[in-house]
Design a protein around this ligand. Sequence first.
Ligand code: FAD
Length: 198
Amino acid sequence: MTTRVAVIGAGPGGYAAAFHAADLGMQVTLIDAEPNPGGVCTFKGCIPSKALLHAAKVLDEAKHAGAFGVTFGKPSIDVDKLRSWKDGVVNKQTGGLGLLAKARKVEFVQGRASIADGKTLSVDTGKGERRIDTLLQQSENLSGVLGPLLRTEPIEQCGDSCMFWASARAATFLPTDRPPQCAKSNCTMSQARSAVSR
Ligand SMILES: Cc1cc2nc3c(=O)[nH]c(=O)nc-3n(C[C@H](O)[C@H](O)[C@H](O)COP(=O)(O)OP(=O)(O)OC[C@H]3O[C@@H](n4cnc5c(N)ncnc54)[C@H](O)[C@@H]3O)c2cc1C
């Protein structure tokens, strides 16, 4: 297939660029490993964390409402239901972004892209390779919006046991999960990350 503009990475940077190019009348292909546009923000970061924070805020407000004479019973938390509600919020948002892409005639390709040569992308779709040819010079038409790079740096002093969940792990928590711990008080991101993978 041939496209005019190819954007790799459909996070807030990538889908905004793709939508803008489409609004300017260009033929656009947007590529991401996830099933819809949204990126880290919508699938793993801003949106799921705020959905869970909202639930926590409701619990906290109920706990303190006794101060103005409103009391509730002890809350029970159905973790499976909480998680599926959070997933529903994410699916609604990312599905909506998928519809916005369709409405603009942006072709969304799910897969992991790599640059084969100056004008061609190779996308591993999981069901085989898809080649995407672009029409202009590389600098004019290949855009990569792949999110922030991970850096290894010390986490601020966090007590004797450093409680750490990477965001993707936290967003897919299981009822039996406990935050992993790394032994050192001044653990680095890489130590914390290896604690997460244990
Ligand atoms: C827990 C958490 C909470 C956050 N909360 C907020 C908040 O409240 N407000 C806020 O403004 N920001 C928040 N952020 C930050 C926000 O998520 C990022 O700033 C934002 O997602 C960056 O957008 P982006 O488009 O640069 O990249 P990303 O959203 O990281 O998207 C990059 C995309 O590129 C794709 N990709 C990478 N390589 C390839 C490849 N080779 N082929 C195909 N696809 C590829 C990835 O699958 C990903 O979908 C939060 C982040 C986290 C982790």
